[in-house]
Each structure stands twice: as C-alpha cells, then as structure tokens.
Design a protein around this ligand. Structure first.
Ligand SMILES: *[C@@H]1O[C@H](CO)[C@@H](O)[C@H](O)[C@H]1NC(C)=O
Length: 820
C-alpha cells in the first residue's frame, strides 16, 4: 500500500521551523473534508466566462453573471464594429489575454485594442480568506490610450441575476448620472447577501477620468465624474444576450435624442451612445462610464459573510503581491532551462500559461444528444457511412440535462467550451501548478459520464454555448468516442505520488493560496480523491473497449490477442472526427473490418494508467487485470499494425480478398505506440521510428514534427488540417518520449538525445517567434515557415510549450539538422 507518511519527529522540526521563519500556521491540521471545503471556497469565483474579454461568475448555476463592454466613442460610424464584449477573431487586436493568472489569487489581463486605440487592463483580485461564501473580489479596469492621448472611450459594466433572488441599485441615480460610487445590493441562496460597488473618481486620482455631460442636461453644463445607471428586467434565458439588449436600449435612446436635437445637430458620439439613468430593482444592471484619455476605476464585490470588505487600497496592494507570487511560483514549478531562461521567454511563458489557466470556465446548461441507438450506428456493413448519415437525418435529437462543467478551453474566441480531446493536454501544465484544481476539473468531466460510461466529446452546454456552434455539430452521439486524454493526467498524477513517497511535501504557504500542498501532505487525502474517481475511470475504460472494439476473429487475423484491437466509430470517407485527427488519411474506402492504431494505443495508455492507480489504491486484482491488458496490447500493436516493409506502424483494413492489409500514411498515426509509451526502448523498431521522426523528407521540419509525412501523396492536400501542419499536443508527446529515451541507457540513447535537443529547440523557437510577431499563440504551425495558422489565440494545448521550456537542456543544442 503506497501511502504518504510524514515522519512525526521530522514533522515536529518542520513545524518548529515554520513557526520561526514564516509565521505560517502549520500547527493547524486539516481533514480531507476541510481541505475540500476551503479549496471550493477559493475557486468559487473567477473570470469563468472565458468567451468574454472580461466577465465573472461563480461556480453556481443560475446565480450571478458580470461582464464588460467597451468601445471608443469618437465617431458615429464605427461603433457597431468596435463595441467589444465576446472575444472575436476579427477585431484587429494586437494581442489580449492574461499576462499572469493564478486561479486562487487572481490575474492581470491586457487587451491591446488597436481599432479602439486603447490598452485596457483588467486586474482581477480575490480575497478568499474572507468568509465562507467564496470571499470578496475586485477588478481594476484601466485604460491607456495607444496613440491619441485624448481618445474618448466608454466602458459598460453589467451584472445579471440569473435565477431567483434580488439585485437592486442602492445609490440614488439622478437623471444626469451619479457622482461618486454606484452601489448595488443583492442576495442569492448560495452566495448569501452581497454588494457590488463601481467606484467613482477617487480623490487621489481626481481628474484622470473626465465624464462628459449627459445629453439630457443642457449643453453648457459640464458634469465631471458622472456614472450612468440603467436597470432592466428580462426573461432569465435572454440574459446572456447582453449586447443586443444593450443595443436595443441605446437605439431607443438615440431616437429620442435625435428627435430632441434634430438630425443635423446630434450630440457628439460620446454623449449620444449613453444609457438612460433609470435605476432600481431588476435582473440586469448596466453601469456606464465615459472617459477622455486614460482612466481607471474599480469594481468591488463584497460578500456579506466576509468580516472585512475589499477596497481600492486592498486591490492596489494585492496586485503587487500577485505579480511577485506568480513569478516566484512559476519559476519554482516550471523551472525554465537553458537556452530559454531570458526575460523575453519569461514574459512569453507567463502569458501562455496564464491564458491556459485563465481560460477556466464554468458552464451550465442543457445539451443536444441523439439517443436513438439506431442499428446503423453499429457501423457493421460495408457502406456504413451512408447508412449512418441517413439514420442521423431521421432523428430529432433531444435536449438533456442541465449539467455543469468546470474546465479549461482551447481558445477564447473560437472554442470557448470544453473538449474532451483537448482537456487532458490542458491539464498537464495545470497539474504542476495545482493538483487539487486538476482533480476538480477531472472529476467535473467524469461526472458528465452517462450510465453506460460515455462522455460527450464536445460540451456545448446551454444556449449561449450553442450560439457559437453550427447546428450540424451541436448534436452529440453516445456511440462516439474521443481520445481519452484525461488518462494522461492519471499517469502524471501517479508519477507525482510516487515522487512524494521519497520526498514528502511540506506546505509552506497559506491553505487559501495553495490547498494542493495540504491535499498532498495530509495522509489519505489524495487516496480519497482518487477513490472517488476510480470507479468512473474504470467505467469509461470498459465503455471505450466495448463500443470501439475492432474485429480480429472474422477476418482470420494473426494476433496474440483476439480482443485487443480497436476501431473508431464515426468514420466518413473524408473524416474521422472522433479520432481527433479529423482529416488524417485513413484506409479507403472505409471498412467495418478496419483497425486504428491510434485507438489501440489510447486503450494501452488507459490500461497502463489504470494499473498504476489500482496499485496505489491496493486494488490488486484490478491492477493485475489492467497489466494483462497492457501486455496484450503491446503484443497486438506489433502483430496487427507493424509494417515490416514500411518500417512503421499503420492502420489496418480488409482488402478485396477479405484479407488483413496495412494502410500506411507516415505521420502522427504511425507514431502513436511510441507517443504513449508502448514500445520497447531497446528494440529494433525503436530505431526505425526514430528514423522516421528524423527524416526531413518525411516528418522532421525545422518547426516541429509534421502531422503527415512530406512523402505522402496526400501531404498538404484538401483541408490540410492534419496533413502537414505542426501541432503542439502531438509534438509534446514526441519530445517527452525522446527525453525519456535520452535518459535511458541503451542502443538508442545517443540518437534520442540529439533528436530531443533539436526538437525541443525548434518547438519553443517556433511558438515564441510567431507569438512575438503576431501577439498570439496559434492552433498549429506551418511546417515550412513556422507561421502560426488557423485559430488565433489558441492557448489550449499550444501552451504545452511551457512544459517544453522547462525540460532539461541535454545533448547537442547547437547541432545542425544534417547530423540527426
Ligand atoms: C466542493 O465542490 C464540488 C463541486 O461543486 C461539490 O461536489 C462538493 O460537494 C464540494 N465539497 C464541499 C466539501 O463543499
């Protein structure tokens, strides 16, 4: 039984030392339950609406949403296009996102908005030690003109109350607007009582923000520091459509003003585009400010359960604390190594990691599922792809749920929702930062599993999420799988737990700052978390094996095991979306006897991770069973998928004579057994796989490993999505395996060392160079030029580059490609 034990004598000295040096109360012991409660409290609030440039919500369904809209108000014509709310790809940003982010403490985001001529900074600060209802938080909004010093900007902050409960403006709101703070008061079940304050112009910053007079007031009167407030009452399910709601209100205002001043003499834009001061109780509150030049104000959320309020002074000091603690923790956790230790890489790495972890979202809502279980979905006949398309078109999918999900996301503008295939990769860096958070996200995903063990691969929860997805992609099918990447995390977690056995952990920060340290050092706490997860993991594993099974017996295939062979369901002639590698070439035409080497490899990964966790939990029979599966898979990978002729792993299909045949397209699919660690490090095949990786005429490029070999007839063709570009998730697995091979004495050690060093350098340089040029991380990189392409601001698995920065510098960093 592998349990962490803290030697009591050793513990005594640690406690004494901690008391002396840091004042941390290491005397307090916490139960697993306490740790979970405190952890929940510190993660309750966040900018968990990552589809917005800035918006917060708690992890409570039907509660309170906040958000920010802004635009310059210099002319009438451009407003339609410059009003920011949801992150969009075509808004001409010179970059935006979190420069630093710690989910327990807060983060700082800069939005470099060229069209609006402003750099907007949102500094989000949490004070979670205050009270038991998620504590207090605040955000400082500041604007700095990019060029025109007196650019006029309007910023609208809103709060929306989704369910039952109150929300009311407490401040008296005269027709010309409020002078000073605007205070709103509300209450809701799980949040209790709270107030939200939007600060006016504080004394020490007097004169920074100049509000123009409101159009309702005579043109000669100039009111400085006025804030406008408007209350609306709407259908709760319409609340997320804030921008159209606001535009509708502005339209009626504008019509009124035009009537009053005449078409030829309208008020200037900064006065025209203002909301009516009309405040009270309602489920949507708009608070608007108009500025000339630079500006700054705070939004403060105070929980009734907190003994001390958060103030502008607290925000100022906590911003400084956050900058320091984030930088120190980053260095400690990711340990950037040569040659990537310079300040320029620091800013880059901070930004990529912060955008990954700052992309955390809480989603809640119903989703569309086709539960017809049509017999065609078995995909057993030749021509099955036409039959399944027909069957799908006959079905009226139904809404299921609502369900909830706490997850990170691939991209704020383009994919602001949960993806099963991506999430395991996202959690690799997050696990290093915060084990407890990683477990919470993993659990949240597995809680979505249905009774059979299925998890929908794309989580499109609620109407707001659906509004971003074309109708044909909204429906989820319970016979469709997706790469079970969350098992990558289970393996990494097992590594961490093994390491703790020899080096027990001592928390050296406050529990609100780092609950993970307490989780890992409290005997039995991690075991309990894993024990909760374990039955869900094994159920998903069984579901995958059952529903994606491949057929060995019917075709007289020669293999060690008749069971360990798999086939992704959901194929068409052009795509295999369920594999995650959408347009990667597969056998043509599709055949029910097809076997996919990547599917088999993923099952191998699941089996080996489960064996480790079962061992940790003393589930010895299970551990033996999983180990047996893994051993059979290792044999079958070779028996069913190795091509002696092409010297690579290949998919298998059935030829015209009903015989097993290999279908080889050199690329990521050929590397899967290598990537998930199913190969013998000293074997001959390993040498062949290294040849394939190193070959510049096939997979090797100066910018990373190509998705498809340059020599393949389909290289770079059609959509060219997984047919040449360099992807960071696959490259991360490749560079990790090369590293472990480089650290294993054997016949391939020296070769692997050279390849590792060059690939590590190429990957970091490619992502860094493109980021420097464009201000963004990208979905994939061009294999010849290294240019970032497809989805912009793809800070999901591309952020794995922070792990690569932190890999050790070994081998010939300076060597050229010819020597590989
Ligand atoms: C923590 O939050 C999770 C998810 O919302 C919930 O299931 C769990 O019961 C909470 N635990 C405690 C101790 O409050």
């Amino acid at each position: 039984m592998a349990r962490m034990r803290l030697d009591s004598m050793w513990m005594f000295w640690v406690v004494l030392l901690l008391r002396l040096v840091s004042g941390v109360d290491a005397d307090t012991t916490y139960t697993a339950q306490d740790i979970e409660r405190i952890s929940n409290n510190t993660l309750l609030w966040g900018p968990y609406r990552p589809n917005l440039y800035f918006g917060t919500r708690p992890r409570i369904p039907n509660s309170l949403l906040t958000g920010l809209l802004f635009t310059r108000v210099e002319d009438y014509a451009s407003i339609q296009h410059t009003f920011r709310h949801t992150c969009e790809q075509n808004e001409n940003m010179a970059g935006y996102g979190w420069d630093i982010f710690d989910p327990r403490l807060g983060g700082i985001q800069t939005i470099r908005d060229t069209a609006n001529g402003i750099d907007l900074t949102t500094s989000f600060i949490k004070d979670t030690a205050a009270g038991d209802k998620g504590g207090n938080w605040g955000v400082r909004i500041s604007g700095k003109p990019r060029e025109k010093e007196d650019v006029k900007t309007t910023v609208i902050f809103y709060t929306a109350r989704e369910g039952l409960g109150g929300l009311e403006v407490e401040t008296d709101v005269p027709a010309e607007g409020v002078e000073g703070d605007v205070v709103m008061k509300g209450e809701s079940g799980a949040l209790g009582d709270f107030t939200i304050t939007v600060t006016g112009d504080p004394e020490d910053r007097k004169g920074i923000n100049k509000h123009p007079f409101h159009s309702h007031v005579t043109a000669q009167e100039k009111h400085l520091d006025r804030t406008f407030v408007n209350t609306q009452q709407l259908q709760p399910d319409a609340l997320w459509q804030t921008k159209p709601i606001l535009f509708q209100h502005l339209k009626t205002q504008i019509e009124e003003l035009i009537e009053r001043y005449g078409k030829d003499n309208p008020p200037p834009p900064y006065q025209l585009y203002t909301i009516a001061n009309n405040a009270g109780a309602g489920n949507l509150q708009f608070v608007q400010k108009v500025f000339e030049g630079p500006f700054e104000f705070d939004i403060l959320f105070n929980s009734g359960s907190a003994p001390e309020p958060i103030t502008s002074t607290t925000i100022s000091s906590k911003i400084e604390d956050l900058k320091k603690s984030f930088a120190a923790k980053f260095k400690d956790v990711f340990k950037p190594s040569a040659p990537f230790t310079g300040a320029k890489y620091e800013e880059f790495a901070h930004s990529l990691f912060s955008n990954l972890i700052g992309g955390l979202g809480y989603f809640h809502g119903d989703s569309l599922v086709d539960r017809s279980y049509a017999p065609e979905y078995e995909e057993e006949n030749e021509g099955f792809w036409d039959e399944t398309a027909d069957a799908r078109s006959r079905v009226q999918p139904v809404l299921e749920g609502p369900s909830e999900l706490f997850t990170s996301i691939p991209s704020r503008p383009f994919f602001p929702r949960g993806f099963l295939w991506d999430e395991g990769f996202h959690l690799i860096p997050i696990l290093d930062w915060d084990v407890d958070l990683t477990l919470q996200i993993t659990k949240s995903w597995f809680n979505l599993m249905d009774d059979d063990g299925w998890i929908a691969r794309e989580q499109i929860l609620g109407p707001e999420a659906r509004s971003k997805v074309p109708a044909e992609f909204q429906v989820q099918y319970p016979h469709y799988a997706n790469p079970p990447t969350l098992f990558l995390i289970i393996s990494s977690l097992a590594d961490k737990l093994d390491a703790l056995k020899s080096h027990p952990l001592t928390p050296h920060t406050d529990i609100h700052t780092d609950p993970s340290a307490y989780l890992l050092s409290t005997p039995g706490a991690v075991d309990a978390a894993l024990r909760d997860l374990y039955p869900l993991l094994t159920k998903h594993y069984a579901w995958f094996r059952r529903t994606q099974a491949g057929d060995v017996k019917s075709y007289d295939r020669d293999a060690f095991s008749t069971k360990e062979a798999y086939r992704w369901r959901g194929r068409t002639t052009t795509h295999l979306l369920t594999s995650g590698l959408d347009d990667y070439p597969r056998a043509q035409p599709p055949h029910p006897g097809e076997l996919h080497v990547d599917a088999l490899s993923w099952v191998g990964l699941m089996a080996s991770s489960l064996a480790r966790i079962a061992t940790f939990l003393s589930e010895d029979d299970d551990a033996a069973r999983f180990a047996k599966h893994e051993a059979a898979i290792r044999r079958n990978v070779d028996d069913l998928h190795w091509s002696a002729e092409r010297k690579m792993y290949c998919d298998a299909s059935i030829d015209d004579y009903e015989e097993h045949v290999l279908v080889c397209h050199a690329g990521y699919v050929s590397l899967f057994p290598f990537m998930v660690g199913l190969m013998d490090p000293a074997g001959e095949k390993m040498g062949d796989v290294l040849d394939l990786i190193a070959n510049p005429a096939e997979l090797w490029s100066e910018h990373g490993i190509r998705s498809l070999g340059k020599g393949d007839a389909l290289y770079g063709t059609e959509e060219d999505y997984w047919r040449s570009p360099v992807w960071l998730n696959m490259n991360y697995l490749i560079v990790s395996r090369l590293l472990s091979l480089a650290q294993t004495p054997g016949p391939h050690q020296s070769r692997a060392t050279t390849l590792y060093a060059a690939l590590r350098r190429n990957l970091v340089t490619t992502v860094y160079t493109s980021w420097k040029e464009t201000g963004f991380a990208w979905e994939q990189y061009h294999p010849e030029t290294g240019a970032g392409q497809r989805t912009q601001h793809f800070t999901g698995w591309t952020s794995l580059v922070v792990k690569i920065l932190g890999m050790p510098e070994i081998g010939g960093e300076g060597r050229e490609r010819d020597e590989l």
